[in-house]
Design a protein around this ligand. Sequence first.
Ligand SMILES: CC(C)(COP(=O)(O)OP(=O)(O)OC[C@H]1O[C@@H](n2cnc3c(N)ncnc32)[C@H](O)[C@@H]1OP(=O)(O)O)[C@@H](O)C(=O)NCCC(=O)NCCS
Length: 214
Amino acid sequence: MANVNDFDFLLLTPGDFGEVTEFLAKEYFTREPLTLGTQSKDIRPTEGRIGADIRKCLESGASMGVRHRPTGELVGVSTCIFESQEKSSTPTHPANELTLFYRMYDEVMKGVEVFEEKEVNKVLSVYMLGVHRGFVGRGLGQRLVELCVAKGVERGCQRSVVCITSKFSYKIFAKLGYEVRHCLDLTSLGPDWGVDTSLMNGNTLVSVMAKRLS
Ligand SMILES: CC(C)(COP(=O)(O)OP(=O)(O)OC[C@H]1O[C@@H](n2cnc3c(N)ncnc32)[C@H](O)[C@@H]1OP(=O)(O)O)[C@@H](O)C(=O)NCCC(=O)NCCS
């Protein structure tokens, strides 16, 4: 577990865009299994669909970060948005260098109707969870998600969803009560999907997990 005195958790805002995108470029897109499997290179998270998604997450008031107190460095983020039935979150920007990544992400997310359950009209959607490679395994990832879920509850979400590509993040969400609602085994896909599972560090499942919040 993390020594709580070494870390400060904070609510991320649009003013953090530069720092968050720099962190994600270095610490998320170099290690996240689907990015590795689709061999997505030269990712500029400030631009295109990914840039727009990150902006939406920072505007939501539900994205959390963690700083290493001794250095002041941002060492973890969990980016989230609120989705509501009235407001669709259809992408408006090109996927650019993440075309194959988003193709797979959209395919898996199609497997779950986010608003299928009765009385669910607001959903906390967790987008990207990343912890600096020098600080993993100390409970920071789990704590970030817990804080986001608390924001979701505070803001009246009835449900939370996340797309999981890593065994480590699966552990976090399962521990917090999320259940697998849909799962795709990437080894079963044809070559036209452009995913090389041998590059994914033993992570070959992409799952949508969900949890009722109220
Ligand atoms: C996934 C990630 C956010 C986890 O962050 P974290 O701060 O290490 O998470 P936690 O410390 O809360 O650990 C979660 C679980 O994973 C385990 N774990 C994390 N890193 C590990 C490692 N390198 N080796 C073995 N186990 C590890 C922890 O022990 C813990 O398991 P436990 O509950 O059985 O103890 C981090 O590994 C990461 O940023 N990965 C790259 C980006 C990515 O893949 N994001 C997820 C996409 S769905």
